[in-house]
Design a protein around this ligand. Structure first.
Ligand code: PLP
Length: 419
């Protein structure tokens, strides 16, 4: 069967698809128990899940509330009560001057990126073309296949700060970063998937100035950030103004299955997204908004993020870092300073094989990670560093993560020794 260009673009060779397929089939390729450190699934936080179950039971026990939960479309902008509560919470907690007109819900933030990127980049009515600028590569692989035309992203290689014996941190190279007239928007994830980087407040402010100077919006992907889910282990202030588009999500709070993304932007962008919601899906799902509604109305979601979700992942991060230090001692490795999210980004300097081959070896030994080379969408230049990194997810069982890291250490040691 022949598909349209649109169909082909969304079905063929998508990096994310092959990655997901590969992660999905990994279990069957290894006879023993595979240590799963590849995906982006959040962990199960028992106290949070208990709370959600109670909320859900309460809704199910109240016929009117249950009917609303399953029996009504929300407006295309999203569940109105949730949006009101969220606007209030963001104004109070973060000091952002936002009202309900600044918020749109989407079916997961991934969908929001598809809509936003193609709203702001691609082919314009006058025939000109615009791209999305990713000011710091490595960046989230989920962006890579979202553009509806070729050559959709342009990325800039970072500066590397080496910290102590075994850490490093990427910084935006503002000398190299160029916002040319063909840029439609700047986008950065903060905290960053895959590295756990949290770009500094001054980097955010500098990006904001650049974006304003060039008359393009700055998109901040806050899927792991503040004020929720709060997976931030460094000093960082939440940031928004009317030239910024902040994308939030309920996924990493522990609700990836309900597919709720949240966009905070100027009303013009919110109206555009609501219109796209209506065309693509009539309305965004309201299940997540309703199940968490009370947490947002009371502001409890902020305390939970600060005192439960954030510390849950911080403890996991610290255990994973200790395991890397134990298992990789003596090797030329560095860990990206783990400032947020749920990933360790390991850099094996001078790795004698490609990161993809290293990933395959690890998979054969029972440790599933993600090869680092995927995470450089839009970066045109050759850079050996791309082949020297892997992403390790530490959100799942601590013992499995420690076992998986032991396999990484053993295989890396072997690779260097054999070279
Ligand atoms: N942005 C980042 C940086 C992510 O890591 C993810 C998912 O892993 C998303 C966005 C998309 O999340 P969701 O569509 O579940 O809201």
């Amino acid at each position: 069967m022949r598909f349209s260009k649109f169909g082909q673009r969304l079905t063929c060779d998508a990096g994310i698809l092959s990655l997901m397929d590969d992660l999905g089939s990994a279990r069957s390729e290894y006879a023993g128990e595979m240590m799963m450190m590849g995906g982006g699934n959040p962990g199960h936080v028992p106290e949070f899940q208990d709370l959600l179950r109670r909320n859900l039971q309460e809704i199910c026990g109240d016929l009117a509330a249950f009917r609303e939960l399953v029996g009504a479309y929300s407006p295309p902008q999203g569940d109105a009560a949730f949006i009101d509560a969220l606007a209030e919470l963001l104004s109070r907690q973060c000091g952002w001057p936002v009202g309900p007109e600044n918020i749109c819900l989407t079916n997961g933030s991934q969908t929001a990126f598809f809509m936003l990127f193609n709203l702001l980049a691609g082919v314009y009515p006058d025939g000109s073309r615009r791209k999305i600028c990713l000011p710091l590569a490595p960046e989230y692989i989920g962006y890579a296949d979202l553009g509806l035309c070729d050559d959709f992203f342009v990325a800039t290689r970072p500066k590397i700060e080496r910290i102590g014996d075994d850490l490093f941190k990427y910084h935006i190279d503002f000398d190299a970063l160029e916002i040319t007239p063909d840029i439609g928007a700047i986008c950065v994830s903060r905290p960053t998937n895959p590295t756990g980087n949290v770009i500094t407040d001054s980097e955010v402010q500098a990006l904001d100035r650049l974006a304003r100077t060039h008359g393009v919006p700055l998109i901040i992907d806050n899927a792991y950030g503040l004020p929720f889910p709060g997976m931030v282990y460094a000093e960082a202030a939440p940031f928004w103004n009317d030239n910024t588009v902040v994308c939030l999500s309920l996924s990493k709070l522990g609700l990836p299955a309900v597919r709720t993304g949240i966009i905070v932007a100027r009303p013009e962008i919110v109206r555009a997204l609501a219109s796209m919601n209506a065309i693509m899906s009539l309305s965004p799902g309201s299940f997540g908004a309703m199940v968490t509604g009370k947490l947002f109305a009371s502001g409890e979601v902020v305390d939970l993020s600060r005192n439960l979700i954030g510390p849950f992942y911080r403890r996991k991060m610290e255990k994973a870092v200790a395991a890397v230090r134990r298992e990789c001692a003596g090797l030329p490795y560095r860990i990206h300073k783990p400032e947020g999210a749920m990933f360790l980004w390991l850099w094996f300097e001078g790795l004698p094989l490609s990161s993809l081959d290293f990933y395959r070896r690890l998979k054969r030994r029972g440790a599933l990670v993600v090869s680092g080379h995927y995470f450089f969408p839009g970066l045109k230049e050759e850079w050996r560093h791309r082949q020297e990194c892997v992403r390790v997810t530490y959100s799942q069982n601590d013992e499995d993560v420690a076992n998986g890291i032991a396999i990484i250490g053993r295989e890396a040691r072997k690779a260097y020794a054999d070279s």
